[in-house]
Design a protein. Structure first.
Length: 592
């Protein structure tokens, strides 16, 4: 068999033998890759050798359309063994421009008819998979018929050019249809801000960026996907997408098993029925399997993550499996109701939710707490801490700085006490040089949702407003406690996002008079501190006579890594019902 490039060059140079001419026709009819290669070489050759089509080839495809006229040319099939046909290929003929225009018009008619048919199919497409369409076989058949029509009309170079342009027009039309067909619909959204605003619910193949909020999509094959901003993704087909960066959850019905998501680090294939996926430019990819099984990996290696497991793929492609119990709740699994969330992806991150083991966007658990002692499990519940034993003085004593490995957004917790030495406030050893002397004791740790109890458990209140739900979040921080957040890990979870400010409302709960007599709490005072990379950025002592509260607003820059919140009191911490209400990181998108 002749080398394909050599065979095409012989054809272009008009040096084919009869045997090679037969081989050329046979391979054009049977080999799709050869037909594509032939069309490309033919178009390039005709551009160089034929001035006739030089101007036409410089124009756009839209300008290629010519007025329709009746087809007066003959359309007869020829035999592959017909020697006369072979000789006609080798013999240059005088160009008939009128017939060339007629052939162009006929090609355009066929193209428009094809596109009209596909548009009708597109409007009536169902949610079931479509039968496959052999694109190259169709183009090869069209090109072959066109070549038959041209053989006795025009000379070889022009014929090749017209065939090449015809194939390109057909390919362009079909490519337009494939890229503009609907593969999913936008069902719902919350606080959604798109980089390119959406004008209609029908979604076609291509890239999309959700800069803020949530969006819920349903693929034509049935998979329902919840996108959390900031997120850049690409719709590829009715059962396939690519996640460049960001977070999503997918609920895959039985008819869509095999739903596939490509990330920069690995490909995720669902085997039913629900999973969450996050990925970024620097921190690999993480998959949480809520139900069913999910395949994670690439062509060289892969693993199956089962229900209740988390799979992490690092930048080197290594895959590690853990229990979901050892990971924070990273994924929002249901579309939030309108107005139900304080936090908004891409705009505002809730630090109280992070304390509750969440991702900062409503996945944390109210009542979860951090216990600043090494004697017990640090990440627990407030009720569990209160059941733990007290010292002889009736208090709990801290154990220095404690890292929280299970919660990557939290660097660690501690009990501040400057009586003997400076307090360590970060895992890197940064010190709180301004730390005052305290008793070195605490009551109930650091709690997601500020609640207090004496006669009964109740939510905290500042400036007349009660903070008792995720929609009005708060951190309970009865003195003396401290918590440090890792801003770098938070940034790594959200591509192209800047953390611009920290805001919160701090004070001692105004519910004390509802429980106790004034003489029991009149002298209570708590100092609230905010440190950035170990430096004091905010400090204010607030009391209960009268009840005081204050707004915190601190600017942050990309180089800041650690944000630390602290409460201290110089006296015994009885009734130091201190809290941070609506503690939030304000987010902004980086300039593209």
């Amino acid at each position: 068999m002749t080398d394909p490039v050599k065979l095409i060059h012989l054809y272009m140079d008009e040096r084919l033998t009869p045997e090679q001419a037969n081989e050329l026709r046979s391979r054009l009819l049977e080999d799709a890759d050869f037909a594509r290669l032939f069309a490309r070489y033919g178009l390039l050759n005709s551009c160089i050798r034929n001035e006739f089509l030089e101007e036409d080839l410089k124009e756009s495809i839209e300008q290629f359309i010519v007025p329709t006229s009746a087809d007066t040319g003959t359309n007869k099939d020829f035999s592959d063994t017909d020697q006369v046909a072979t000789e006609s290929i080798m013999k240059p003929e005088k160009l008939d421009a009128d017939k060339v225009h007629q052939i162009k018009a006929r090609a355009e008619q066929q193209l428009h008819a094809f596109l009209a048919e596909q548009e009708d199919l597109n409007r009536s497409q169902s949610s079931l998979p479509r039968p496959s369409f052999d694109l190259y076989a169709a183009c090869r058949a069209c090109a072959t018929k066109l070549d038959i029509l041209l053989k006795r009309v025009v000379r070889i170079g022009v014929r090749t050019a017209i065939c090449g342009v015809f194939v390109l027009v057909i390919l362009g039309g079909i490519h337009y249809w494939f890229t503009h067909r609907v593969v999913a619909t936008l069902d719902d959204s919350s606080h959604a801000v798109w980089r390119v605003p959406r004008q209609e619910p029908q979604l076609r193949r291509g890239s999309m960026t959700l800069e803020q909020g949530y969006a819920q999509l349903t693929f034509k094959q049935g998979t329902q996907v919840l996108i959390q901003a900031p997120c850049t993704f690409k719709l590829q087909s009715s059962n396939k997408m690519a996640l460049e960066n960001g977070s999503m959850t997918a609920n895959v019905p039985s008819q869509a098993v095999g739903f596939r998501v490509q990330t920069p680090w690995a490909t995720v294939v669902d085997y039913g029925t629900e999973f969450g996926l996050s990925t970024g430019q620097t921190n690999g990819a993480e998959v949480h399997v809520f139900e069913g099984n999910v395949g994670v990996g690439d062509a060289t290696s892969s693993q199956i993550a089962t229900e209740g497991q988390a799979a992490h793929v690092d930048q080197a492609g290594r895959i590690g499996l853990k229990s979901l119990d050892d990971r924070p709740n990273l994924f929002v699994r249901h579309m939030p109701k309108a107005g139900s969330c304080f936090s908004i992806p891409g705009k505002r991150l809730d630090l109280a939710d992070v304390v509750g083991g969440g991702n900062g966007f409503g996945t944390g658990v109210q009542g979860r707490a951090l216990d600043p002692t090494k004697d017990y499990t640090s990440f627990t519940f407030r009720e569990t801490i209160l059941r733990r034993p007290l010292n002889n003085s009736g208090y709990r004593v801290g154990s220095g700085f404690i890292s929280i490995e299970k919660l990557p957004f939290i660097d660690g917790i501690f009990v501040p006490n400057g009586s003997d030495q400076s307090t360590t406030v970060t895992s890197t050893g940064l010190l709180f040089d301004d730390c005052p002397s305290t008793h070195g004791t605490y009551y109930d740790g650091i709690v997601c949702g500020a609640v207090f109890d004496d006669q009964y458990v109740h939510a905290g209140r500042l400036a007349g407003h009660r903070y008792e739900t995720p929609e009005q979040p708060s951190i309970g921080a009865c003195a003396n406690v401290g918590i440090t957040f890792d801003l770098d890990n938070i940034r790594a979870s959200m591509s192209n996002i800047l953390i611009s400010r920290f805001r919160a409302h701090c004070g001692i709960s105004e519910t004390l008079p509802d429980i106790q007599e004034e003489k029991d709490y009149a002298q209570v005072k708590v100092t609230f501190w905010v440190l950035v990379d170990g430096r004091t950025e905010y400090s204010r002592e607030l009391g209960t006579d009268p009840f005081e509260s204050d707004q915190i607003d601190i600017q942050l820059n990309p180089s800041n890594r650690f944000l630390t919140l602290i409460t201290t009191t110089p006296q015994e911490n009885l009734y130091c019902w201190s809290m941070f209400a609506e503690p939030a990181l304000e987010l902004e998108r980086k300039n593209p």
